[in-house]
Structures are given as C-alpha cells and as structure tokens.
Ligand binder design. Structure first.
Ligand code: SF4
Length: 338
C-alpha cells in the first residue's frame, strides 16, 4: 500500500443511492487497498445549510455508516470517522480562516451553487448565507489538510473544487516558510452517468433514486416506473435501446455479460419483450447485485452497539493523526501547545 493519504467525505443527509455507490463508494473501496484512506461523515457541513433542522443529522450519520460498511468500506483498513468527533478539524478551520482572504471564499463556484439552492431569488438567497456557509470552503480545506491528504477523489468536472484547498495549503507554507502541508491533488474517478427513474440526474431530493438500502419490493416498484423508449407506445411496437432513457443504461452496469445485453437488445428491438417485463428483469439484476450488501446492512442495523464501536474506533484513529497535525501547526504558527 502506498504511504500517500487520500481523503474524502459525505454529508449525512440521508440514505445513499446507486449514484453514491457507483460515483464514489465503489472507488473508495478500490482506494482503501491502495492508499492510507480517511473517509469522513462530514456532519458540520450538513449544518451549513440545515442549521434549522439539526435533528436529522444524528440518525443520518448512522444511516451513512451502515451504507458505507455494508458495501465494503473496511474500517480495519480505512479510517472511518465522524467530522465532529475530531475537534482538531474545527481548530484548523479557525486558524486557516485567519489568513484566507474573504474574496477567495466569495468567488468559490461551489458556494455560488449552494446559494442558488437556498432560494431561487438571488437577493433572498444572499440573506440566508450565514458566516458558516461562507466559510464552508475553508472547512473543506481543513478536512483535507488536517489529515495532510495528498489525494482527493473527484470527477474531471470537479477539479476546481480542490484548487481552494491547494491555494490555502500553499499560502500556509509560504507564510510560515515551511513545506508542511502537501498540496492535495485530484485522484480522478470515472463515474457512469446514472439517471434517476424519471430520466433526470439521480438525487435524493428529486425522489427518483434507488437506494442501497431499498427492499427488493421497493426496487422493483421503482424500476417499473423508469422512463423507457418514449416512442414505444404499444407492447407490440419494436423498441429502441438507443432511445431507452433509464433501463438500458442500467443494464450496461448490471448485466453480468455481453450475451445478456445482446439478448435484451434483440428482444427489445423485435418486440419479443415488453418494457414492464424488461424492467422487472432489470430490477432482479439490481436486487441480486445488492442482496449481500443489504443482508449485511440488516445485520449491522440489528447491532447498533457494534456500529458505534466501529465508528468510535475510527474517530480515535482520526484524532491521533489530527492531534499530531495540530500540534505541528501550532508550533509552526508560534502558538502555544498548551
Ligand atoms: Fe428499454 Fe427494455 Fe423497453 Fe427496450 S424493452 S425500451 S431496453 S425497457
């Protein structure tokens, strides 16, 4: 295993869906065998926009922990922790904020997107921007730099998100004339474009997602609603896989071999199979894929003490690394290590 550290996190906003699994978790599982991995449930980030509804945060932490553990994030290999259990991250956030120019945070493109999500009316949205939300990019930099993360998994389109953390790391090193923080680099991940059952991007808030934790019945019911080839009106009409919006792309992920894909394509285009049957077959493949994970999830959910122990152990491991970083940062900055 490389000595390089990789860091990534997820907000505890609810149970995870297939987009999270194929877009992030499946890569994390690969990375945990290659790098020193730090995976954080970033609950303070959830507060930047959900500060009025904090009651959901704790249950969602456990939901995410269950999802991560059941899909194969290995807490013996990776460090799996909750952000707020590592107060050193908050301390570094404060220290970094002392020398981060405010126009850096204001120009951050992710912040602009988040502001838009607060209210469609731009001036009303600006009213809702809190000091915490404005500082969110600094907190994100602190998440990475506390663990001296060198690599952060991102898609090609998200590379700019990392620039902020790199700029902050460079500024710290220049100010204090040290080579302390590595400048985190992107570890590019490929994400299959996963549509929700309505044909739009899969997302929890769009109510179009298939969750890792869904029951088999729920999965079948959801897949049955998936948008297919809109030009195929009757079952006897030949279908077109290239126009099939949701099931056909999902077949590319879940079909175990080419022969099955060819059969589905042939049956679709000759109208030998109707869309409902085709989708029920697809739901069967999805259920088969997730069955062992869902069973593991159920077993873990039935033993919350074990899950708490696993996370507490990860929190401890994370704090050990974080307290060393903060000890060194205080020393570099000329602060007292009380
Ligand atoms: Fe899509 Fe299957 Fe219907 Fe063809 S038969 S359009 S692949 S759902």
């Amino acid at each position: 295993m490389s000595s390089k550290r990789i860091m990534s996190g997820m907000r505890p906003t609810g149970r995870l869906h297939l987009g999270h699994y194929f877009g992030a978790l499946s890569n994390w599982i690969k990375f945990q065998g290659q790098y020193q991995s730090f995976f954080s449930i970033v609950d303070w980030h959830a507060l930047t926009t959900k500060f009025q509804n904090t009651r959901e945060v704790e249950p969602n932490i456990w939901e995410i922990a269950l999802d991560w553990l059941c899909v194969g994030i290995d807490p013996e290999v990776a460090t799996v922790y909750v952000q707020s259990a590592v107060p050193e991250i908050a301390e570094l956030h404060l220290l970094l904020s002392m020398f981060t120019p405010h126009n850096w945070v204001e120009r951050e493109p992710t912040l602009k997107d988040m502001v838009k999500m607060l209210d469609s009316d731009e001036s009303a949205a600006k009213e809702k921007v809190t000091y915490g939300l404005l500082g969110y990019p600094v907190l994100m930099a602190s998440d990475i730099l506390t663990f001296k993360g060198e690599l952060v998994p991102v898609g090609k389109d998200q590379e700019s998100h990392l620039e902020f953390a790199r700029d902050v790391a460079r500024r710290f090193n220049n100010f204090y004339n040290v080579d302390f923080f590595p400048e985190p680099k992107p570890e590019f991940t490929t994400t299959p474009l996963l549509k929700g059952v309505d044909g739009q991007k899969m997302g929890k808030s769009f109510n179009n997602d298939i969750k890792i934790a869904d029951t088999e019945e729920d999965t079948i019911a959801k897949v049955k609603k998936a948008i297919t080839d809109r030009t195929r009106i009757a079952k006897s009409d030949p279908g077109h896989t290239n126009l099939c919006e949701v099931p056909w792309p999902l077949y590319q992920i879940f079909a175990s071999d080419k022969a099955l894909l060819e059969k589905v394509k042939g049956d679709c285009e000759s109208a030998a199979i109707g869309c409902v049957d085709c989708k029920v077959q697809l739901a069967g493949l999805i259920n088969e894929y997730f069955r062992p994970m869902r069973e593991k999830r159920k077993a873990l959910a039935a033993d919350p003490d074990q899950v708490r122990k696993i996370i507490a152990h990860g929190n401890q491991k994370a704090r050990k690394v974080a307290s060393q970083t903060l000890h060194d940062v205080r020393e570099i900055m000329g602060m007292i290590n009380w």
